[in-house]
Design a binder for this molecule. Sequence first.
Ligand SMILES: Cc1ncc(COP(=O)(O)O)c(C=O)c1O
Length: 459
Amino acid sequence: MRWNKKKILEVDRRHIWHPFTQMKDYEDRDPPVIVRARGLKLETIEGQILYDTISSWWTNIHGHLHPALNEALRKQLELLDHVNFSGFTHPYATEVVEKLRTFLPTSLSRFFFSDNGSTAVEVALKMAFQFWQNQGCSKKVRFVCLENAYHGDTIGAVSVGGVDLFFKLYKPLTFKTFRAPSPYCFRCEERRGFTLSAEHGCSLRCLKGLEKILSRHGEEICAVIVEPRLQAAGGMLVYPAEYLRNLRSLCDKYGALLIFDEVATGFGRTGTMFAMEQAGVVPDIICLAKGLTGGYLPLALTVTTERVYQAFYADYLEGKTFYHGHSFTANPLGCAVAAASLKVFIEEKPLEKTKKAREFFHRRLEEIFSEEDYVGDIRYLGYVGALELVADRKINRPFPPEARLGFQIYMHSLEEGLVLRPLGDVIYWFLPLCITEEDIEEILTRSRTVIRRIVEKIR
Ligand SMILES: Cc1ncc(COP(=O)(O)O)c(C=O)c1O
C-alpha cells in the first residue's frame, strides 16, 4: 500500500479532533503518522522506529501483532462479526469467561461485558448503587473515591475522579461523592527516600481520612472505588498493598461495597495478573478493559460476586433488572482476541518468563536516575516505572507549570525514537510484557538523554 503523508496530514489537520489534545499545539508541528507496528515498536510513514514505551495508552500486553492474536482474529472473521448480546449468547464470550476464571478469585463469578474502561466503571457504579436499592436501602446513594484517582471520562467516571485537570470544569455535571486523601507516598510526611514499590512500611496515615468518611457517613455510602496499588493517570502513584487490606476491612465494617478499577493495572502490568493479588484482597466488583484483548480491540468487563448478582435476580415485575447495555457488548471479534491473549498467558507464561527483565528494569531505573538532580521521586511496579521531576530536589519544588516540562520532553522524545507521554511533570514507562533487558537499557538511557536536555534548557 502507498500512503501520501501530505494528504493524511491535510485531512487530519482540517477535520480530526484528537483526544486529550490542545489542537493548537499542533498548529506548526505534525503528529507522527504511524503506519505499522511490531513487538514493542511503532513505525512512522517515513520509516522512523519509535519504542512504544506507553504500550499504546496502556493497552498493549504481548507486543503488537502477536501471531496467536492475529490468527485468532483472522479465524473469527470467518465465523461471526457481531450480534446483540441481550437474548443471545455466543461461544466467544463464554470462552473468555472460562479462561478468565482461571485467573480470578472464585468469588468473582458473574461477568458483565461492555466495551471500554470508562464504561466498565459506569457499570460498576450503577451496579453498586442498585445493589442496595434493590434491597430497600434507599439511603445508600453516595460513593467514596480518592484524590488523584482516574476512572475514565464519562460523567459517572468523572464524578468519582480525583484529578482536578479532568474534573474541575465538569464538576457542575457530576454527582456528589466523598473524596478521601490519596495514598501519595512522595508527598507524605513519613516519606523516607524514593517511593520505589512502596513496600517500606508506614502507619498508613493516608487511610485515616477515608475511615473518617466511612464512620460518619456509612449509612449513605454504597461503595468505595480505588485503583489497586497504582493510581495511574494521577501520576503513577504506587502505594502499599497494606492499604488495600485495611480498606477491605473498613468496607466490611461500615457496609460499603469495594470496587477495584483494574482497567490500567490488569493483565500482568504490575507484575501479577491483577494488582489485587499483591494484597491478597478480593473486591466485590472489579473493572477490566485495556489489556483484556491484549490491546487489540475495545472490550471490557465488570465482574462481580454471586451476592451482588442475586440482589438483581428476581421476577421481572419486582423491577430489579439491571438496565444497562451497549451496542457492542461482548463483540465476538474482541472476545476471540481476548481469549487468544488469555491463552498466551496460560501457555507462554510471560510473567514468569520476564521476571528477570522486570527486576532489571527496577534496578536500572534506580541506577540511572537516582543521582539526577531533577528527580524528586522514583516509583515502579511490575512493568510500570515513573519519575517525578522537580525543579529543586531539596524541597521537592515542582517546575513552574508554564514551562510545560512534560510536554517538551514528550515532543523531544519522539525525535529520539521514544514515546514519553507525560502526566504533568511525571515521566513514565508503561511497558509491554514482551520487554527484554536490551530494550529496557536502550529506552532508559535514551530517556535520560532527552530529559537532561530539556531540564537544562528550562533551568
Ligand atoms: C484506571 C482507569 N480506569 C478507567 C480508565 C478509562 O478507560 P477507557 O479510556 O478505556 O475509557 C482508565 C484509562 O486510562 C484508567 O486508567
